[in-house]
Each structure stands twice: as structure tokens, then as C-alpha cells.
Design a protein around this ligand. Structure first.
Ligand SMILES: [Zn+2]
Ligand SMILES: [Zn+2]
Length: 253
């Protein structure tokens, strides 16, 4: 078992010490974890939900210290990096400078949408849902094409408002899978949605099933913002997906 999506208190909306997250991983029989805290962005963009640029050295050093303290578990240093159109130059420089073990792509905001709209909090009364979702997937395609990322995080975060993706945007999903395959990337099964009112994984199981069918590798991430969320619901998910033919788990080498 592995958990490749874990936050730290440096992002200002997660709690507990790194050691506490690791203890929980050990308790749950998890053999590998990857810390993936939220990347800082320029111009203090959404600064309340991410690390400050000045925290990066602390972040890297703290993970390194944990590696020394807990040789019984593999600990990787990753980052959850927003893809936001217009920030490519910053992202490229930052990601090259630190060469993380894993870079998860996250789309929380879209360039042409009002800045206060998180992707799952949009409010476009006159826009068809299919077009709203297409905006999201178009940005995802651009993000994938940058080549900055190994994993697409919470693939259908936008559905948190409720409308199932596959009912309207199956073609977008299929196209994204092709882009992911072209770049040997993976998608994450993110269990944080099971802690929210939508009560579904990101992406939903129908999308995961299709991904596996198409040969897209998958990773597991709890998106833990508290220590007791590490490995959240993994046993149940692993049981479910282990029956899928062609299942290919993406591991950090
Ligand atoms: Zn977060
Ligand atoms: Zn996250």
C-alpha cells in the first residue's frame, strides 16, 4: 500500500506534524508515502491555501529529516502543483529548480473564470454543464501538454457540485486519457471526496474503471490534510480495483 498525496501544516489549512502523518501510515500498513503540499504561486495567488515560497526549504528539510528518522517507510518528496494558464514560466522554473519525486497536477482555478470561483464553486446560470466541464478539461489538456506533471490529481474535482461527468463529457474524458497515455502519466484515485458531501472518489469509479480499461496507470492518494486521513478508505478501494483487468499501479521509482 502507498499513499502519494499528503499535505503538511505549511499550506495553512492542514494540521499536525509530518511525524504524525507517518505514524498513521505505519499504523495502516502503508509502505510508501509522498508528501505533496500545495505549491506557492506568484503574486500571492490564493496564498491562504498554499506554502509560501520562503517555506520551501523548511518543507524539503523536514521531509529529509523524516527520511532519516523513519527508515522503515519509504518517504518521497512531491508537490501538488496547480496548473493555471499564464503561470507556466513560473511553474517550469520552480519545478526544475527543486526536481521533486512526484508532481501532481491540480486544477483548482481556471484562467478565464472569475478568480473567486474554485472549479467546483462555479456559478454560470446560463451556461450548459457540458461547456462548463469542457472549460475544465481544455485547461487540463493544456496542463498535461506542458510536460511538468506525472500524475493528474483529483481528475473530476469539478463534479463536486454534483453533476456526473460521464453523462455529458465522456469524449473529453477519453481525449484526456489519450494525452495522459502519450506522456506516460497516471491518474490518481483520490479518496478525499469520500470525506465530502459528494461522497465519491475523485474521479468517480466509472471513470477509474474506464481509465484502467484504456491502460491508464493509477496511483492512490488520500489527500490527507489531517494525520488520521492517511490511507483513508484505501483497503476498500484496493479491493474494488483489484478485480479490474489490466490494472496498472503507478509507482515512484
Ligand atoms: Zn489542500
Ligand atoms: Zn491535495
Amino acid at each position: 500500500m502507498f499513499d502519494y498525496h499528503i499535505h503538511t501544516s505549511l499550506c495553512k489549512h492542514a494540521y499536525g506534524s509530518m511525524e504524525e502523518y507517518i505514524h498513521m501510515a505505519l499504523k495502516n500498513g502503508i509502505e510508501e508515502i509522498c508528501f505533496t503540499d500545495h505549491i506557492p504561486l506568484p503574486h500571492k495567488f490564493d496564498a491562504g491555501h498554499r506554502m509560501d515560497l520562503s517555506d520551501i526549504d523548511t518543507y524539503l528539510n523536514d521531509v529529509e529529516k523524516c527520511r532519516q528518522l523513519f527508515p522503515e517507510i519509504k518517504i518521497f518528496t512531491g508537490i501538488e502543483a496547480d496548473y493555471l494558464e499564464g503561470y507556466e514560466e513560473f511553474l517550469e522554473g520552480f519545478l526544475k529548480q527543486y526536481s521533486f519525486d512526484l508532481v501532481i497536477m491540480a486544477i483548482h482555478f481556471l484562467k478565464d473564470w472569475p478568480e473567486e470561483f474554485w472549479v467546483f464553486n462555479y456559478d454560470f446560470p446560463d451556461k450548459p454543464i457540458q461547456d462548463i466541464y469542457s472549460d475544465y478539461f481544455n485547461a487540463m489538456k493544456k496542463g498535461i501538454e506542458t510536460g511538468f506533471y506525472q500524475v493528474v490529481g483529483h481528475f473530476d474535482l469539478i463534479k463536486r457540485a454534483g453533476h456526473p461527468i460521464m453523462a455529458t463529457n465522456k469524449t473529453d474524458v477519453e481525449n484526456i486519457f489519450q494525452e495522459i497515455l502519450k506522456r506516460s502519466m497516471a491518474i490518481e484515485i483520490n479518496t478525499s471526496g469520500l470525506r465530502k458531501s459528494i461522497n465519491q472518489t475523485f474521479p468517480s469509479m466509472d471513470i477509474i474503471e474506464l481509465a484502467v480499461k484504456r491502460g491508464v496507470p493509477v496511483t492512490l492518494g488520500s489527500d490527507a490534510h489531517k494525520p488520521d486521513q492517511v490511507g483513508f478508505y484505501f483497503r476498500e478501494i484496493l479491493e474494488k480495483i483489484s478485480s479490474y483487468e489490466n490494472l496498472y499501479l503507478y509507482k515512484i521509482l
